[in-house]
Design a protein around this ligand. Structure first.
Ligand code: HGY
Ligand code: MN
Ligand code: MN
Length: 422
C-alpha cells in the first residue's frame, strides 16, 4: 500500500478539462502549438501547477514549467507535451503533464517535498505537425534547433515560431528549466496494441525509435483533363501515388523492423478537370535500428528517382529531419520497473515506435518513460482511449519512480540550455 497516493478523481477531472480545450468540430482535439486553444491549455495547466504548489511560468521556447525548489542542487523533471495532432485524442501528451502535476500536488499536500527540485514540463510542440519539425520545443531548449531556424519555421498562418515566442500570448511569467538534471521521466500512453494484447496495464520504456522525415515536391505539368491524352501526361499525383506504394512496399520488406508513411499530401491546383501539376508531400520512415533506417532511406530515394523518370516528373527532396533511435537510461528504467512492482504490477519493458521529448532529453541527461495501455492500440485519433484505472496506475508509478530517483545518488549531468537570458 503506497504511503502517498495520487487522486484518481482529480486526475480524471484535469485530463477531461484539458480535453475540452481545442475540440475540433470534425472530431477529437486540434491544439496546434501557439494557437488560441494551446494558449488556453497552457494557462489552465499553469493554474493547476499553482494549485499544486509549483511556481508556473513559460520559457523562451514556449515550454510551460512548474517548479518547486528542493535542497539538492540537481532537479528531477517530469512531464510531456500539450500540443496535439489534428483531430487527436485527450491523452497523448496531456496525460503526462497532468500526472506530473498530480505528483507535485500530493507531495505538496502531504508536506513531503522531494530533496531534488521538482520541475514539471509541458513542452509546446512535440508533434511537429504545425512547423514540420518533431519534438521542436525540446530540441530548441537544448540548442539542437537554433534561433535562425525558429525564425524560418512557419505554420499555416505564415507566422514563424520566433514571432509566436516573442508574442508570449499566454501572458504568463518567464521561467526556465535548471541545467543540472538527475533525471527526466515521462508518462505517456503506449499508442500501440502491445500492452492490451498482453493483457497488461503498464510498462517501462527501453528505447525510442529513430525517425526520418522529408518534404518532397513533385512537379509535372498541369493540363486539361479532357483534351490531354493519357500517354502525354506528366501527372504529379500519379508520381505521388507510385511513391506512396513504394514507401509501403519497401517498409514491408523490412519485415517489422521499419515502418513508412506518407501522411500529408497537398495536390495543386486541385481542380476536377485539371491534371495535377504539383504535389507537396512528406515521407516519414521509422526504425529502432539506425542501420535499417539508413538503408530504407536510400532505397526510397532510389525508387523515387526511378518514378520521376518513368512519369517525366521532377522530384525535389527537402532536408531530411533526423531523430536517431535512442536507448533510454538503464538506471531510470530500473527505477520505473521498481515502481511498477511497488504498484503491484509485473515488471515489463517495451520499445517505443512513437517519438517523444524523452528521446531528445535522453541525449543529455538520464531519461525514462512509463507507458500505459491504449484501448485498441489506437492513438492520434478522436477514439484514443485509456481506461481510467490505467491512468491512476500510470500516475502512481510516476510518483513512485520520482520517490526512488529522489533517493538515488546525483548524476552530475547538465542540459545544454539554449536560453539567451541569464
Ligand atoms: O509521431 C510520434 O511518434 C509522436 O506521437 N509525436
Ligand atoms: Mn505524444
Ligand atoms: Mn503524438
Amino acid at each position: 500500500m503506497a504511503i502517498i497516493e495520487v487522486l484518481p478523481r482529480r486526475l480524471r477531472e484535469r485530463i477531461e478539462q484539458l480535453g475540452a480545450i481545442g475540440r475540433d468540430p470534425a472530431g477529437g482535439l486540434t491544439r496546434l502549438p501557439f494557437a488560441p486553444a494551446h494558449v488556453e491549455a497552457l494557462q489552465r495547466s499553469a493554474q493547476m501547477m499553482r494549485e499544486a504548489g509549483l511556481d508556473a511560468g513559460v520559457d523562451e521556447f514556449g515550454n510551460l514549467i512548474g517548479r518547486r525548489a528542493g535542497r539538492r542542487d540537481a532537479a528531477l523533471l517530469a512531464g510531456s507535451h500539450l500540443d496535439t495532432v489534428p483531430q487527436g485524442g485527450i491523452f497523448d501528451g496531456a496525460l503526462g503533464v497532468v500526472a506530473a502535476i498530480e505528483c507535485a500536488q500530493v507531495l505538496h499536500d502531504a508536506g513531503r517535498p522531494l530533496q531534488h527540485s521538482l520541475v514539471v514540463m509541458a513542452f509546446a510542440d512535440e508533434e511537429g505537425h504545425a512547423f514540420g519539425v518533431g519534438t521542436m520545443s525540446s530540441r530548441a531548449l537544448v540548442g539542437e534547433l537554433g534561433r535562425s531556424r525558429l525564425a524560418q519555421l512557419r505554420d499555416g498562418t505564415g507566422r514563424s515560431v520566433d514571432e509566436y515566442l516573442r508574442a508570449r500570448a499566454h501572458g504568463l511569467p518567464a521561467a526556465r528549466v535548471p541545467a543540472e538534471v538527475d533525471a527526466y521521466v515521462e508518462l505517456h500512453i503506449e499508442q500501440g496494441p502491445v500492452l492490451e494484447q498482453m493483457g497488461r496495464t503498464v510498462a517501462a520504456v527501453e528505447s525510442i525509435t529513430g525517425i526520418l522525415r522529408a518534404p518532397v515536391v513533385i512537379e509535372g505539368r498541369a493540363a486539361h483533363a479532357g483534351t490531354t491524352s493519357m500517354p502525354g501526361r506528366a501527372d504529379a499525383l500519379v508520381g505521388a501515388a507510385d511513391l506512396v506504394l513504394a514507401v509501403r512496399e519497401l517498409a514491408l520488406a523490412e519485415r517489422g523492423r521499419a515502418v513508412g508513411t506518407i501522411g500529408r499530401v497537398h495536390v495543386q491546383p486541385g481542380a476536377t478537370n485539371v491534371i495535377p501539376g504539383r504535389v507537396d508531400l512528406t515521407v516519414e520512415l521509422r526504425s529502432p535500428e539506425a542501420k535499417v533506417l539508413e538503408t530504407l532511406r536510400g532505397a526510397v530515394e532510389d525508387r523515387a528517382h526511378k518514378i520521376a523518370g518513368l512519369h517525366g516528373l521532377k522530384m525535389a527532396w527537402g532536408t531530411w529531419d533526423h531523430s536517431p533511435p535512442v536507448p533510454l537510461d538503464p538506471r531510470v528504467r530500473e527505477a520505473v520497473v521498481g515502481a511498477i512492482e511497488r504498484c503491484g504490477h509485473p515488471p515489463l519493458t517495451l520499445p517505443s515506435w512513437a517519438g517523444h521529448d524523452a528521446g531528445v532529453l535522453s541525449r543529455y541527461v538520464p531519461a525514462g518513460m512509463i507507458f500505459v495501455v491504449s484501448t485498441g492500440g489506437l492513438s492520434h485519433s478522436p477514439d484514443e482511449r485509456t481506461p481510467w484505472d490505467a491512468v491512476e496506475t500510470g500516475a502512481q508509478v510516476l510518483l513512485e519512480t520520482l520517490l526512488l530517483l529522489d533517493e538515488a545518488p546525483g548524476m552530475n549531468r547538465r542540459l545544454p540550455l539554449a536560453y539567451t537570458t541569464r
